[in-house]
Write a protein that binds this ligand. Structure first.
Ligand code: FDA
Length: 366
């Protein structure tokens, strides 16, 4: 008999399993995929660590989380500084002085602020009724037209005029020549990829792959005293209140017979007419010098039941549905729901570690 059955070998399940095992608890980790790691899984192709489920850049301002993750891998100094391509123009992201000087041929923060203020005023928007109006009232027309409109429309599968304004309450604008996408204190990529981190966490723990909880539910529920469930919470309850919605993605990966395809790890394509949102060139996450390169095009996709659920749609409708499932979850005293699917929330990796450590503390240290 195991102390814990952990459903899902992603970051949440693996941190929990590692900590429980350290405290002498016997754990079984299962995953329906054929590998551990969930969405942070990296696979070595042509000597390059490929982020199989989209670009993963670790960033946090939480020293405890940063120190925690360093136990499992050495991190490099990678700084996310994406490039945006609009037609034949190249811009730096996030919107900063490099973007503004390229757009308007200006040099100083005051010049940039003046132009943005002028465009906001000219728009005459006081109460934004949709995402387009919201964005223009925050950053003006030029940035909206070239860098927000097509990209956001593709991401959500609808024109910005049909999207609610709350989706972009904030657009990062920085009046310095700093291309670092994140404001966090700590940032990097594990040298050698993310999979090693999970493998180290699960080193002394029983793991079963290609093993779906719902196909073996009866047997699995009997094999452990408690369950940590990091799959879809609505599926756990047999969709009794209806289905939660997600946004999905499709990845197209190619090995190219050249050493440097685009000169940057992340290049966003902001025109609506180009169907993918970005191209990732994986070797640049680790300053790779291999003779070949691996690139992945990321296409946003509508989610249907059975597809990979990448992003929870945290709008009012889905959040209130989740609240009902959460009430059911509170009544399951033998089951802990965790991670982005179990808690129906978009979490970055550092958030997941924080949540998992909170859960560990509640379970063992009280
Ligand atoms: P995760 O989904 O990783 O793990 C859940 C596991 O449970 C999966 O392995 C799944 O197969 C398994 N499972 C589900 N149902 C099951 C069942 N019925 N039976 C058995 N197993 C089951 N974060 C960040 O900090 N920086 C970044 O740059 C990015 N980038 C990024 C890009 C993209 C495209 C996405 C979608 C996400 C990111 N993230 C990110 C977020 C990051 O991926 C996320 O924080 C963690 O991977 C979440 O870990 P979890 O363990 O919660 O879920």
């Amino acid at each position: 008999m195991y102390d814990y059955l952990i459903v899902g070998s992603g970051l949440f399940g693996s941190v929990f399993a590692y900590e429980a095992n350290k405290r002498g608890k016997k754990c079984l980790v299962i995953d329906k995929r054929n590998h551990v790691g969930g969405n942070i899984y990296t696979k070595n192709i042509a000597g390059i660590n490929v982020h199989e489920y989209g670009a993963h850049i670790f960033h946090t301002s939480n020293k405890k989380v940063w120190d925690y993750i360093q136990q499992f891998a050495e991190f490099n100094r990678y700084t996310n500084s994406p490039i945006a391509v609009y037609k034949d123009e190249i811009y730096n992201m996030p919107f900063n002085m490099n973007t503004f000087s390229r757009l308007w041929n200006i040099k100083t923060p005051n010049e940039a602020k003046e132009i943005i203020e002028k465009q906001k005023k000219e728009s005459g928007i006081t109460e934004p009724k949709n995402l387009e109006e919201q964005a223009i009232s925050m950053v003006g027309k030029d940035i909206y037209e070239k860098l927000v409109k097509g990209y956001t429309g593709k991401q959500w599968g609808k024109p910005c005029t049909e999207l609610p304004s709350f989706i972009i309450r904030r657009l990062p604008v920085r009046f310095t020549y700093d291309n670092n996408y994140f404001n966090d204190l700590y940032q990097g990529i594990p040298i050698g990829g993310y999979t090693q981190i999970i493998e180290k966490m699960l080193e002394d723990i029983d793991v079963r792959l290609n093993y779906d909880f719902f196909e073996h539910r009866e047997e699995l529920e009997k094999c452990a005293k408690k369950i940590v469930f990091t799959g879809m919470i609505d599926q756990y309850f047999n969709y009794c209140y209806g289905e939660l919605e997600y946004r999905s993605l499709r990845f197209e990966t190619e090995v190219l017979d050249e050493d440097n395809y685009q000169g940057n790890a992340v290049v966003n394509y902001t025109e609506y007419e180009i169907p993918y949102t970005r191209i990732i060139e994986h070797k640049h996450f680790e300053y790779g010098t291999q003779p070949k390169t691996v690139v992945t095009k990321e296409y946003p996709a509508k989610w249907h039941k059975g597809d990979e659920p990448y992003y929870p749609m945290n709008d009012d409708k889905n959040n209130s549905l989740y609240a009902r499932y959460k009430e059911l979850a509170a009544q399951e005293d033998r089951v802990i729901f965790g991670g982005r699917l179990g808690m129906y929330k978009y979490f970055d990796m550092h958030n997941v570690i924080e949540e998992a450590l909170k859960c560990v503390e509640k379970e063992f240290d009280n």
